[in-house]
Design a protein. Structure first.
Length: 339
């Protein structure tokens, strides 16, 4: 184990953490724990929400391509996007980075991505853990886990009981694959004999690795803006489970989400995966985001204003369906999705 390398990494990432300062956190590293002052952040009667996640086997693509700059953004995004769906503002973030042999260069790139994600989300990177574990991980391999805490005033939390038949589903465009489905993707690419460093078959100006590693979209700024304008009833982060399994998590019973799969243009990447890999439509919809990274549920009377608010915050938005009455547990009816 290289203790000196660990010390050099801490020195390298201190300014990265400092770049994420925000009210309530001083962003200094080096103590045994991190401090956050909720009162300084402006909260009066907050509920705290917590989320933890990883990047999954997308890391194997980053390792194979030697590109570690973006997976840190993915790590933050997977956590903070899960917080904002309940109306919470992400406040702080901690990371866990485990490797077989510490590389200061790779570690700095990874934490640089984490800091960039925190700045996008408006949360402070207040600490973390770097674990060098030879024998547990092969040289060059590593794993990441992220942990985030958010807050929402007690009377502002988004809950399913406000959602009702007639509400509109607005789809916010994804930035690519995000961080789901990579075990299937890696298998398909291996079976098809593709090289990560070669031009992408569907986007020849980029390598396959560049397309696959495009970081997950962080929806926090746009979603918080729409929430604070009282334009949103519910939000669904489209992660593992895709378009089929995520929307029901925020719907009340005796409703369904009727999704028009032809309402948005499916990006070429997903069409290529479906056709080249022979993946059936429902399997695609259950595994990948298919171009939609977040779904907002809004009242029909607010749909135009909500669309304008999301677009003003930089999102690409499509009306993609409605909430309808149904019997039993909430579910999704998806029609018209073509690859």
């Amino acid at each position: 184990m290289d203790i000196d390398a660990g010390d050099r990494l801490v020195d390298a990432i201190k300014p990265l953490a400092a770049s994420t300062r925000r009210p309530g956190a001083n962003a200094d590293l080096g103590g045994f724990s991190g401090l956050f002052d909720l009162r300084a952040a402006g909260y009066e009667d907050p509920l705290l929400l917590a989320a933890t996640d990883g990047v999954g086997t997308k890391l194997k693509v980053a390792i194979a391509a030697g590109c570690h700059d973006y997976v840190g953004i993915d790590l933050v995004a997977m956590c903070v996007n899960d917080l904002v769906v309940q109306g919470a503002e992400p406040l702080l973030f901690l990371d866990y980075y485990a490797t077989g042999q510490l590389s200061v260069e790779a570690g700095t790139a990874i934490v640089g991505g984490i800091a960039a994600g925190c700045r996008q989300a408006g949360c402070a990177l207040i600490g973390g853990e770097t674990a060098e574990m030879p024998g547990m991980y092969s040289d060059g391999d590593y794993d990441l886990a992220g942990f985030s805490i958010g807050a929402v005033e007690r009377d502002k939390i988004l809950q399913a009981d406000t959602i009702e038949p007639g509400d509109i589903l607005l789809g916010l465009a994804s930035s690519g694959l995000h961080a789901n489905g990579f075990s299937l993707i890696r298998r398909l690419i291996k079976d098809m004999g593709h090289d990560y460093g070669a031009p992408a078959p569907f986007s020849p100006d980029e390598t396959l690795a560049e397309v696959l590693l495009h970081p997950t979209k962080i929806y926090v700024p746009s979603c918080l803006a729409a929430i604070r304008a009282d334009l949103v009833k519910g939000l669904s982060h489209i992660t593992g489970g895709g378009l089929i399994e995520n929307p029901p998590r925020i719907l009340p019973g005796n409703t369904l989400a009727r999704i028009d799969g032809g309402a948005w243009p499916v990006p070429p990447l997903f069409k290529w995966l479906a056709k080249s890999g022979g993946v059936e439509t429902m399997e695609m919809a259950r595994t990948f985001n298919c171009g939609i990274g977040m779904i907002a549920i809004v009242a029909a009377s607010d749909a135009e204003a909500a669309t304008a608010a999301f677009e003003a915050a930089g999102e690409t938005v499509w009306p993609m369906g409605t909430v309808e009455a149904a019997d039993g547990p909430a579910w999704v009816e998806l029609n018209g999705l073509e690859f």
